[in-house]
Design a protein around this ligand. Structure first.
Ligand SMILES: Cc1ncc(COP(=O)(O)O)c(C=O)c1O
Length: 359
């Protein structure tokens, strides 16, 4: 049994994928080829926004908005204390300071009730993370009147009050890392916005701060998504809506069967794409060994609050204790979740989890 099965997906779309990659090899425009524009148009349409800029990674999709907003040394950005490291890393890369906010222990998203006390004159943006595949309550976040950069790396295709993740705020960034709900065959990401100036800024920033060749008006990076990845994403987008339905069906089976187990809560105004299906257990290492003996793979997202990463050892926030982030980092574990998970395999997972809990 696989934690995420990308091979089965590939077999399903193999003929078309090969054709798409072959096209790129034939025309030879490996960078900024026609696939990039065409994929951007399809993605913008899917999300329901005016602009999509394909990028080299999800990290770039949350880093470049900080540069576009002119956020740098002396500025602060509020981020959740529990996420993948890129969330706070990009704030440091911009030269600004991440200000950590504890999470809600039920949905593992930033605890919005704790934000007001973190806002200072230096606060320049809030970066909510749509962890495990569902969005934060953006309407509540908007009340703080600060730019919002959604880290939607795990929630592409999810909805909040019937609007798509990445279409909810000033900037919506996502990742197409292969294991993400919509994955490329390498690194890639995208930024979504309805603001033409923001889109233009991101376009320049990902091209070494230039609008035309050898004329540089900003400090940027090489953040381009290459043509082969764009072709792959565009092809996979066609089967993506069906895959989301499958993920949701599999999740609903887990919820039904695992009554009594603490599972991530999906808020009423949300639909979730279950980038991860995450539960809590006592004695996590014992649980993972128990599952592993039955050949059931599990994973931990994530084993430490962000502010406790070794890189931050010398920072004053390293010693802050975020009760819910700490508890989650010790207890969460993700179960196999992908659109091609067989019913019989899911049954095995469910039986093993119930056996561990002796339910
Ligand atoms: C919450 C979150 N933010 C940012 C990223 C970074 O995306 P990428 O790996 O595409 O750079 C990831 C990817 O793992 C993520 O899960």
């Amino acid at each position: 049994m696989k934690f995420i099965d990308l091979n089965t997906q590939y077999r399903k779309i193999e003929v078309n994928i090969k054709k798409r990659i072959h096209n790129v090899l034939e025309h030879g425009m490996y960078v900024n080829g026609p696939e990039v524009k065409s994929c951007e148009e399809k993605l913008a349409d899917f999300v329901g926004v005016d602009h999509c800029v394909l990028l080299a990674s999800g990290t770039d999709a949350i880093f470049l908005p900080l540069l576009a907003l002119g956020i740098g040394p002396g500025d602060e950005v509020i981020v959740p204390a529990f996420s993948f490291y890129a969330t706070s890393e990009v704030v440091n890369l911009a030269g600004a300071t991440p200000v950590f906010c504890d999470i809600d222990p039920h949905n593992y998203l930033m605890d919005i009730s704790k934000i007001q006390s973190l806002i200072t004159k230096k606060t320049k943006a809030i970066m909510p993370v749509s962890l495990y595949g569902q969005c934060s309550d953006i309407d509540q976040l908007k009340k703080f009147g600060l730019p919002i950069i959604e880290d939607g790396a795990q929630s592409f295709g999810a909805t909040y009050k019937n609007k798509m993740s990445c279409a909810l705020s000033s900037f919506g960034g996502t990742s197409f890392f292969p294991a993400k709900p919509l994955g490329a065959y390498g690194d890639a990401g995208a930024l979504f916005t309805n603001n033409a100036d923001h889109a233009l800024a991101i376009r320049e920033l990902k091209e070494h701060g230039s609008q035309k060749r050898y004329h540089h008006t900003r400090i940027g990076i090489n953040g381009r998504c290459d043509s082969i990845q764009a072709a792959v994403i565009e092809e996979k987008l066609q089967i993506f809506p069906g895959e989301i339905k499958q993920r949701q069906l599999i999740a609903s089976r887990y919820y039904e069967a695992l009554e009594g187990v603490k599972i991530m809560r999906v808020d009423e105004h949300n639909t979730c794409v279950y980038a991860q299906f995450t539960i809590e257990v006592d004695n996590r290492e014992k649980f993972r060994e128990f599952m592993s003996e039955k050949s059931i793979p599990t994973a931990v997202h994530y084993p430490s609050p962000l502010n406790k990463q070794p890189v931050y050892e010398k920072e004053s926030f390293f010693n802050l204790d975020f009760e819910n982030a700490q508890k989650a980092s010790e207890r969460v574990v993700s179960l196999p979740m992908h659109p091609y998970l067989e019913v019989s395999d899911q049954k095995k997972v469910i039986e093993a989890v119930l056996q561990y809990h002796k339910i």
